[in-house]
Design a protein around this ligand. Structure first.
Ligand code: CO
Length: 214
């Protein structure tokens, strides 16, 4: 009997063998180069795997996932991923993907003390505060949670547009386009919520000017 972790390794052997049987160059091609066209910023939730739900293969999507798909401008991890994807991999599209039934969003709507998670969920409480009137008009529970999931995705797309990484790329190369999507755990469908094409106007005070030396 294999342990659950051993099972992962066994599955991996079968998977690798199947890939090779289908395409003998599969690994040698990927090992030499990755040219993903997309950066995916999604939730860590195990039910929302980027490649699987988009029918894409290894090599096609660069991925950053965290609890509740946040774009926090002091998160060095996120910023390093964004910088690499935009300026080195030259992705054409950055997609923030939230999902209905998100535990992080649900937790942020409560008063529960969750230790260090409080610091992360605080960003969602801020999104709630921006939209409190609209949210309070909805019935407490699932409906309010789902709307906050959508508003949170939109806010994170705006957070991307506020970064100098995105603004510089927009000015110089007219890419990447920013997208906000939400995924339904119940039906497996990705729903587009908003798109900010490269070069979209930046909200007043958040706009940076660049000179050629930067
Ligand atoms: Co989630």
């Amino acid at each position: 009997m294999s342990t659950p972790v051993q099972r992962l390794l066994e599955n991996n052997r079968s998977w690798a063998a199947e890939r090779l049987a289908e395409d003998p160059q599969f690994f040698s091609r990927l090992a030499s180069l990755q040219t993903p066209g997309f950066l995916w910023i999604g939730c860590s939730d195990s039910r929302v795997p980027a490649n699987e739900i988009t029918g894409t293969q290894p090599g096609e999507i660069f991925v950053q996932r965290n609890v509740a798909n946040l774009v926090v401008h002091t998160d060095v991890n996120l910023l390093a991923v964004l910088e690499y994807a935009v300026n080195f991999l030259k992705v054409r599209d950055v997609i923030v993907v939230g999902h209905y039934g998100c535990g992080g969003i649900a937790a942020a709507l409560t008063h529960q003390n969750m230790g260090i998670l409080n610091k992360w969920l605080r960003h969602i409480k801020d999104v709630y505060r921006f939209h409190e009137e609209e949210l309070l008009a909805l019935p407490e529970g699932r409906e309010r949670q789902d709307r906050l999931v959508e508003l949170n995705v939109e806010e994170q797309v705006f957070n991307l547009a506020k970064t100098s990484i995105i603004q510089r790329a927009w000015q110089r190369e007219q890419r990447p386009n920013l997208h906000g999507w939400v995924y339904g755990l119940n039906d497996g469908i990705l729903k587009p919520l908003l798109e900010l094409p490269a070069g979209s106007p930046i909200d007043g005070i958040y706009r940076y000017e660049f000179d050629d030396l930067q």
